[in-house]
Design a protein around this ligand. Structure first.
Ligand code: PSV
Ligand code: MN
Length: 442
């Protein structure tokens, strides 16, 4: 699924010998565990190498804003050596990718990551083995010197001049993305209302469609537009694009290139997100994901840290949809995967490494589901055996598959250990020499 070619890393941020040394100490144990799992899976009629090859072809993008330490409305606790500039963020993204070989792209957010020379930034990233994933616009904040305020909305604002400013920013993001080699823009707006009566809900949605159609018209032929719904926050009474239904209507109105993006944190608690994924995939409108996890709301916790079973069930739908697409159904299947988390109490590099593994692990487990057996059990209404098909795959420890995939791609068998041994952060604390107090919530 959607892997940008595993790029050569001309300028590796970590010494390759360090990873080789670390791996050498672990290889025999890994081979033993891998072979043992291979035998167990073989008895279930599953090929470990086939799953490993799929995992090796899997990729998920990291968000530039997730490389800095996050925060809440209340505080941010910076760590020494955290990246502040886009150049430093790319360097840290390259560390993640060098260790896990699963995150070969970074997703920039403008204007935060805006540079004078995007072509040079593209070169710089390529040297580090990175490409650029979807570009993200930001009309949920006012920027210094900005002519008009987004306090009462952006793409849906009652004042055409504000809407025009927000449209122009999105088109500017597309232009920057073209220079960086991106192929998609993700649009999330904070527009909505905090009070009943504040906003005419129908007119606001109409204004959204009108604004988005102007951005859509500026998309290059091979681009996609990802639209991200969000239940609430910063608008607490009603959000213009609040849910997947509203989002789907809008995407259908706008056209083929418009797709719905599912941020796992943007739903009410207990919503069946895997069902949303199944519906969107079935109608060719699943654009991609922002992976994270939550206990209460849009918590932006590390992916799989709270509800790994839900993540598995989502990937179960994705594997199913991918198989359908292979048979030519539902207009193809190529969702964009990205992590969207706020790392408030951890080193972002470590959180991203753990999350990438959680995501790939869910994919591997979903690949282990015996789909023929599941289909037969579903047809027979054999509830227990159908559930057991999923349960057996979910309960499989796929860690040796992930580690072997990383190793074969040149990454670290134990990425966290290799990262700590590298002393990257303490070294960067010396070099970068300051802690960032910027930003609160990401
Ligand atoms: C909004 O909560 C969101 O999920 C959107 O993806 C933003 O672009 C991102 O967070 C960063 O603030
Ligand atoms: Mn998001």
């Amino acid at each position: 699924m959607n892997r940008a070619a595993n790029r050569a890393i001309n300028r590796p941020p970590l010494p390759p010998e360090l990873i080789e040394r670390e791996n050498a100490a672990r290889l025999a144990a890994l081979q033993d565990e891998y072979e043992s799992l291979a035998r167990a899976l073989d008895r279930r009629g599953r090929s470990i190498d086939a799953v490993k090859d799929k995992v090796k072809a899997f990729a998920v993008a990291v968000p530039t804003w997730g490389l800095g330490v996050g925060g809440t409305r209340f505080a941010k606790f910076p760590i020494p050596g955290e990246p502040i500039t886009i150049h430093e963020k790319l360097e840290d993204a390259a560390v993640v990718n060098q260790l896990c070989r699963m995150t070969p792209t970074a997703s920039p957010h403008f204007p935060w990551d805006k540079v004078e020379d995007p072509a040079a930034l593209k070169e710089e990233a390529a040297e580090l083995g990175l490409g650029f994933d979807a570009v993200n616009s930001n009309t949920f904040q006012d920027q210094p010197g900005q002519a008009r305020s987004y306090k009462f909305g952006s793409l849906t604002h009652t004042d055409k001049a504000v809407r025009d400013q927000a449209i122009a920013h999105n088109i500017d993001c597309i232009d920057l993305g073209v220079a960086l080699g991106s192929k998609a823009i993700t649009v999330w707006i904070g527009d909505g209302a905090n009070f009943p009566g504040q906003q005419n809900q129908t007119k606001a949605f109409d204004r959204y469609l009108d604004s988005m159609s102007q951005i859509y018209a500026a998309l290059p032929g091979d681009w996609r537009m990802f639209m991200e719904h969000k239940l609430y926050e910063p608008a607490f009474y009603t959000t213009v694009i609040s849910d997947w239904g509203t989002n789907l209507i809008a995407a259908q109105q706008l056209g083929e290139k418009a797709r719905c993006l599912v941020d796992l944190g943007h739903h009410a608690p207990n919503v069946n997100i895997e069902q949303i994924v199944a519906r969107l995939a079935r109608f060719g409108k699943l654009g991609g994901f922002h992976f994270n996890d939550s206990k209460y709301g849009d918590d932006d916790l590390d992916t799989g840290s709270i509800n790994p079973h839900q993540l598995f069930l989502i990937f179960n739908e994705l594997v199913e949809a991918e198989a359908r697409a292979k048979n030519g159904a539902n207009g193809g299947f190529d969702p964009a995967y990205m992590i969207d988390q706020s790392h408030n109490v951890t080193d972002p590099i470590e959180s991203l490494l753990l999350s990438a593994a959680a995501i790939a692990g869910s994919y591997a487990r979903a690949l282990l589901v015996d789909r023929e057996a599941l289909d037969a059990h579903q047809s027979d209404n054999d509830v227990v055996l159908a559930f057991s098909d999923l349960r057996r795959a979910y309960e499989t420890d796929v860690a040796p598959i992930l580690a072997m995939a990383r190793y074969e791609l040149g990454g670290a068998i134990d990425p966290i250990d290799a990262y700590r041994t590298s002393e990257w952060r303490p070294r960067k604390a010396q070099e970068r020499g300051r802690a960032s107090m910027s930003a609160g919530i990401v």
